[in-house]
Design a protein around this ligand. Structure first.
Ligand code: SIN
Length: 279
């Protein structure tokens, strides 16, 4: 227990937080949530059913809102991205390991995803811990990775030529805004916990800085397999009114696309981050 909050670890990362109403978080509870967020990297809250205004108000307590350039937004709320899959659609948004916004030079801190409608079965989200994954590498590999930087981009995912944009059938847009390229350390010092965190992901990382794509692929593939291992990840089963708040600098996520014929609707609010430094 932390004050009147009950915080229960979910294993490799993540914790369920009980005993809080997100429309009325006290300063003492906020302090406990900040500590829990740095420690567990994803926080889950259930039975919240927040109105859009309350969702935004809770997000604003963590920082400025980042309005995503590519996602459709919830009607009347341009700062809330709509992550939806209709029964007749095949592809889902975020159905692969990634961390949001690594293509920005100042990547977003994280997102708060609120479940509005969940399928009868399936539609879970996987989360992986990039800090835990770094800690389970050998000393030799850790030292080598500490010397590297990597190039990230939005162009191949959200640009006009990207296959993903076609597969999303109008749920993403603004392809002409996919102009971001960024270089970050491969191992960052996490801005909140101070822990070293592997900062590459299959969604947006192109190559190591100064290496070719071909030279980079084997080591990136090794790191992707390693981070996504069962020992570094968890699976979260949603219920309506649940909210997950994840840290983009410490985690990956993957929306599992196993509910064909059913509807799933989530609302996502993203919070601005800080420039990332090397570990
Ligand atoms: C996302 O990648 O932001 C979506 C995650 C989800 O829908 O579970």
């Amino acid at each position: 227990m932390s004050g009147d909050l009950k915080i229960t670890s979910k294993g490799a990362l993540g914790a369920l937080v009980e005993g809080v109403d997100l429309t009325q978080v006290t300063p003492e509870q906020m302090g406990a949530l900040e500590q829990a967020f740095a420690q567990h990297e994803v926080l889950f809250f259930e039975n919240q059913s927040l109105a859009p205004e309350a969702h935004l108000a809770f997000a604003e307590r963590w920082g400025e809102i980042n309005v995503n350039r590519f996602f459709a937004h919830v009607e009347g709320h341009p700062a809330i991205a709509q992550v939806v899959k209709e029964p007749e659609q095949q592809g889902n948004i975020g159905g692969y390991w990634h961390t949001d916004h690594s293509y920005d030079q100042v990547p977003a801190l994280g997102s708060m995803l609120l479940a509005r409608e969940v399928p009868p079965t399936g539609g879970d989200t996987l989360f992986a811990s990039c800090t835990r994954a770094f800690s389970t590498l050998s000393e030799g590999m850790q030292q080598m990775l500490l010397t590297l930087r990597a190039v990230h981009s939005s162009r191949h995912v959200f640009g006009a030529q990207a296959e993903y944009m076609d597969a999303m059938e109008g749920r993403l847009g603004n392809a002409e805004a996919a102009t971001q390229d960024a270089v970050h350390p491969v191992v960052i010092r996490h801005p909140l916990s101070g822990r070293p965190s592997l900062y590459v992901n299959p969604g947006f990382t192109l190559r190591f800085d100064g290496w070719t794509d071909k030279e980079s692929a084997p080591l990136l593939d090794f790191l992707y397999q390693h981070i996504g291992r069962a020992e570094h990840s968890i699976r979260y089963e949603w219920s309506e009114g649940a909210l997950a708040f994840w840290d983009n600098r410490a985690t990956w996520h993957w929306a599992v696309n196993d509910y064909q014929g059913s509807r799933r609707e989530m609302h996502r609010v993203t919070i601005e981050g800080v420039e990332l430094g090397a570990a």
